[in-house]
Design a binder for this molecule. Structure first.
Ligand code: C2E
Ligand code: CA
Ligand code: CA
Length: 271
């Protein structure tokens, strides 16, 4: 896969962003993959996160760690974000119409740029309306660092989203220096514990303590928790014992395309 360190030259980034724009116009090469989230108490499907994929016509698959920052830098993130929301809602509607709806919610990543525009809520709601998807079926993931950039603005935008019935979760939680007082004011339902803490939690006592503290803090604040990057059964067991509610990671399933996701998780034998 085309990795971040391969796109350092300006000329190359310009060329790549031109190709991304072309992909956005005809939709060719862009797709969403879906990764399961499970409840740790029974390991049944409790939702999914959609993750963007870009198949470049000559370079092959490009990592989102390359093209998402590029889209942000080149002012394409709003359009890209709209595309993701529309595609995600169409897929949810298609699964529902096929008679195997996704249990729980579909989480969609939203970048800081999508929060900054005055019509942020209208854009999201029109993507939902286009496929007749109720707001309660969608969860918006915003990174902790995006929220903490301008907390007053985040509180105001998030409150609008919440009032419209959208569920909000803080992505990469633990990496962005949240102040606890802001956490109380932000209308979020869910914390996604960053995978950097989960990775070493069984060998690094500090990471274990951080994961434990996040879970211990979340519960009295009535915040739901999802651990990201769970790869080993021992991690899942430890997370469950600490009281973490949900998990996502290669142990349960990597992100896969919509057909494969439905085959594995939504049709017969699912859950
Ligand atoms: P993220 O939102 O934190 O997504 C989780 C990343 O971890 C995904 O990488 C996923 O494939 C990967 N992952 C899942 N389970 C495991 C695991 O068990 N172990 C390991 N090592 N990794 C795991 P991906 O798909 O490459 O996406 C990278 C980042 O790109 C995302 O991080 C997100 O910040 C961004 N991104 C992807 N799609 C979108 C999108 O539609 N919109 C926006 N704004 N950002 C997106
Ligand atoms: Ca995410
Ligand atoms: Ca994350």
């Amino acid at each position: 896969m085309y990795q971040p360190e391969m796109s350092t030259g300006l000329g190359e980034r310009v060329a790549l962003s031109r190709d991304l724009r072309a992909a956005l116009i005809d939709g060719g090469g862009l797709s969403l993959h879906y990764q399961p989230q499970v409840a740790l108490n029974n390991e049944r499907l409790s939702g999914a996160e959609c993750l963007m994929r870009w198949q470049h016509p000559t370079l092959g698959p490009i990592s989102p760690a390359v093209f998402i920052p590029l889209a942000e830098e080149r002012g394409m993130m709003l359009e890209l974000g709209d595309w993701v929301l529309r595609e995600a809602c169409q897929q949810l509607a298609a699964w529902r119409q096929a008679g195997h709806p996704l249990p729980g919610r579909l989480a969609v990543n939203v970048s800081a740029h999508q929060l900054d525009v005055p019509d942020a809520l209208t854009r999201i709601m029109s993507a939902l309306a286009a496929s007749d998807v109720p707001p309660a079926d969608i969860e918006l993931e915003v990174t902790e660092s995006a929220l903490m950039r301008n907390v007053e603005h985040a509180v105001s935008v998030m409150s609008q989203f919440r009032e419209a019935g959208l569920m909000l979760s803080i992505d990469d939680f633990g990496t962005g220096y949240s102040s606890l007082s802001y956490l109380k004011r932000l209308p979020v339902e869910r914390l996604k514990i960053d995978m950097s803490f989960v990775r070493e939690m069984l060998t690094d006592r500090n990471d274990y303590a951080i994961v434990g503290s996040i879970v211990a803090m979340a519960s009295p604040l009535r915040l739901d928790t999802v651990a990201e990057g769970v790869e080993h059964a021992e991690q899942a067991e430890a997370l469950k014992n600490l009281g973490c509610v949900h998990a996502q990671g290669y142990l349960f399933g990597a992100p896969v395309d919509a057909a494969e996701f439905a085959g594995r998780w939504l049709t017969k034998g699912a859950g």
